[in-house]
Design a binder for this molecule. Structure first.
Ligand code: ATP
Length: 311
């Protein structure tokens, strides 16, 4: 069953079709990735779900009813544009936001301490926001979205600006929230994150949905003739080889697509016969990044793969 359904949403800004007739469903209990490159339409979609932008047409249904003003109180929303009161202290900020959502300080205090500890912020609980690093401010902002215990979370680019350690902490907390049965939508342009985190996704490109469904189904559909290879040596002999359809080099790993499933064994033999050292040979494996490049074209390939490799 779907917790949230988006039906035929459209939003234009002048001549820009930011969101162009998109529909998707977010299943109960899922971590749902809204993914696509910069400017694809993710934030505009989220703002319409949040009732911040009025759609030109279409509707959003939450657990059977059309969303209205009260929807905002039911969800934990991390907006793309971050903004906290810089003069407030960390703990004051957390209490203030919880009260806005109808909770008392007492109700959230223990939980606040627990999460401050997890995020390595407990010692900074009495620091002013302006004295925290950007990443730490972002962690506080994330806490303001979850402390009132919403069972539905919408996180717009939650990992932007976090270092790898904090990224991992945030991932752990998101997965912990999922295990408590919460529904989580998050947007990202980093396919690598989406692949690790979400079980369902909608991929947006130029305002349109180009892929939608469960991650495992999507991957098995696209993977059938694919091999993911980590190697050292020379594989240039594979270029223009009769049974190779294409090769994509991603630096650390290489994606090879053969023309038919049955060639996969021959590919392995060929690599060994040519003295290639194989560190990993994984048949029927394809990354979300490769699927994205295949569907959304090559315009931004270099930028995207660099960002993915850097995280
Ligand atoms: P990013 O990852 O860069 O935030 P995004 O996928 O969230 O990208 P949106 O912010 O939804 O993309 O933008 C979609 C398109 O709509 C872009 O071309 C953007 O310039 C345009 N757009 C978004 N908001 C407005 C606005 N308020 N006025 C005019 N154009 C807008």
């Amino acid at each position: 069953m779907n917790a949230l359904e988006v039906h035929n949403l459209r939003k234009t800004f002048g001549s820009i079709k930011a969101v162009d007739n998109i529909s998707f469903g977010v299943p109960e209990g899922s971590v749902f990735g809204l993914i696509g490159r910069n400017g694809a339409g993710k934030t505009t979609t989220i703002r319409m779900i949040m009732n911040i932008y009025l759609p030109d047409s279409g509707e959003v249904i939450f657990r059977g009813a059309k969303i209205g003003q009260d929807f905002r109180d039911k969800v934990g929303y991390l907006p793309e544009e971050r903004g906290l009161y810089k003069k407030l202290k960390v703990m004051e900020t957390l209490l203030y936001f919880a009260e806005l959502k109808g909770k008392t300080g007492k109700e959230i205090e223990n939980k606040a301490y627990k999460y401050l500890n997890k995020f390595e912020l407990y010692d900074r609980r009495n620091s002013k926001l302006e004295d925290l690093s950007k990443g730490n401010q972002q962690k506080v902002q994330f806490l303001t979205t979850i402390l009132h215990s919403p069972d539905f979370l919408i996180l717009d680019e939650p990992f932007a600006g976090l270092d790898p350690i904090n990224t991992n902490l945030l991932k752990e907390i998101i997965l912990e929230l999922k295990s408590q049965g919460k529904v989580i939508i998050f947007s990202t342009h980093l396919m690598d994150f989406a692949e690790k985190m979400c079980d369902h996704l909608a991929m947006i490109d130029r305002g349109k949905i180009i892929l939608n469904g469960s991650l495992s189904e999507i991957k098995s559909k696209y993977a059938q003739r694919n091999v993911s290879l980590n190697y050292s040596g020379d594989i240039s002999f594979l270029r223009n080889h009769p049974f190779v359809e294409k090769i994509e080099d991603y630096g650390n790993s290489t994606g090879i697509r053969v023309k038919d499933n049955s060639y996969i064994q021959q590919l392995l033999r060929l690599l060994i016969d040519n003295n290639v050292t194989i560190n990993k040979f994984s048949a029927n494996e394809i990354s979300l990044h490769e699927i994205f490049i295949e569907l959304a074209g090559k315009d931004d390939t270099n930028i995207l793969s660099k960002e993915v490799n850097n995280v």
